[in-house]
Design a protein around this ligand. Sequence first.
Ligand code: SF4
Length: 472
Amino acid sequence: MDLFGDLSLRDKVNPFVQLLWDKGSLYEREVINELKIEFTDLSQYSLDEKEQKTTEAMDRKDPLIYSGRIKVGDLLGDPDLLRLENGSYIAGDIKSGAGEEGGEDEEGGKPKPHYAVQLAIYTDILNRLKRSNESRAFVWDIHGREVPYDFKALYGTRRPHTLWQDYQEALTSVRRIVSNPDETRGAYSAVCKMCVWYTACLKQLSDNKDLTLIPGLGRSKRDVLVDSFENIPELAEANPSGYFNGNKTIFKGIGPDSLEKFVDRARLIATDGKPYLREPITLPVADKELFFDIEVDPMRDLCYLHGFVERNNGANDTEKFVYFFANEETKECEEEAFRGAWQYIQNSQPAAIYYYSKYERTIYRKLQQKYPSVCSGQDIEDLFASELTKDLYFNVVLKSTEWATRDYSLKTLAKYLGFNWNDAHPSGAASIEWFDQWVKTRDPKVRERIMVYNEDDCRATRVLLDGIRELT
Ligand code: SF4
C-alpha cells in the first residue's frame, strides 16, 4: 500500500503507535548517551550524507558506528550499530522491547522473526559489500542485555529452519510485491486497527465483500478458499458437504466443522441476519452483578485501573461505577489499586462477575505474584473458576453465539446492540496513550477520559450480556 496505494487515503498515525515509536527513539537515545565506550556518531547527518559517512567510517575501521546507512543493489539498511569484530562489521539494533519472545521472564526465549529479518538485511548488505564474512547480528534490548542472532542456527522441531531462510523468504516475497502490485491483497485482522491504511483497506474489503470479514476466517484460510469462493455471498451459497473428503475437506487446513461454521457465518452476514445461539448457554444468576474491566500499560508493566459497573437486581437504574486507579506509576500505587479492587470484589460477594477475554485472569495472576500480601494464588484461581464468574468472550460469545459482524470484539458487538462510547476514539491502546499523558501532565481531564472510557467498556459488557440473554 505504501508503494502503490493512494497516499492521500492514509489515516493519521495511531497515537498509540506514535507513542511506541517515541518510546523506541527515547530508549535508543538513553542507551547511546550512557555508552561508556567510544563510538562514531552519524545521527546528526542527513540520510544521503549518512551513507557516505558510514563508508568512510568503515574504511577507517572505526570500532563502533552509531546510526549508519548501508546500501547495495536494491537493499538498503539503517542499522543502529555497526561493530567491528576481527575485521568484520556486525550489525546491531537497539530495541525498547525484549530481545527474544516466549520463555520465562524473558529468559530462554526464541529470536523474534521481525527482528531477525531486519538484522538479516543489514548482514546481507555487509556481506555483499565485503565488509563482513559473518552471519550473525545482535540486539541490545530493554533489559540491558545483548541478545545474539545467529542466522545459521536451526530453530523449530516440526520444520527446522534457519533465520536466514526466514529472511530469504521475506525478501523474495517483498521483491514479488514490489515488482507485481496486483498480487497483494488486504486481509482484515486485529492489526489493521493500528495501521494507517485501515480506512482505505476496510472500504476495499467491504466493497469486495472479502472473506476475511467473516470472524475467524483470516488471510491464510481466505487464500485457500478464494479460488472456489471469491466473496461472502459466494460462500453463503455453498453446500459445505459437497467439499467434504472423509474427515477433512478439499481445503487445506479447514476441517468440515470449520467449513460449515464459515458458511453459516457467511449466510448470516450476507443476509444481515439476527444473531443467534449455536447451543444452549447457562449464565450465572445473582442479585448483584459486576461488569469488570482492567487497563494495563505493558510498557511500564503496570495495571493502572480496575473498573467495575455494579448492577443490582437486574435494574439498570441501580448501576454505579466503582474504580481503583493507580494515581502514580509506582508499584506502591499499583498494589494499592489491586488491594482496593480485591477487597471490593470480596465485599460484593455473592456476585456474578463478567469480563471479556482471558486478559483479566492473566493479569490478576500476575498481580497476585507481585503482591502476595493482597491475596493467595488459590484465591485468584477460586475467583476465576467460580460458576458465578464468566468470561463472556471465551465461554459464551466465541463458543455459543453467531453475529452478523466482522469480528467479535466488545466494541463491535456492543455497538451492534446500539451502545455508544462517549469517547470518539475509544480503544485499549488509546487508554494506554492517555495514561502516558496523565503521567507526564497530571491533567485531570486526561484522567477523566481514562475513567469514562473504562466505565463505558464495563457498561458495554453489561449491554452485551443483556443482548446475549435475549438470543434464542
Ligand atoms: S490489510 Fe490491514 S494491516 Fe494490511 S495494509 Fe490493510 S489495514 Fe494495514
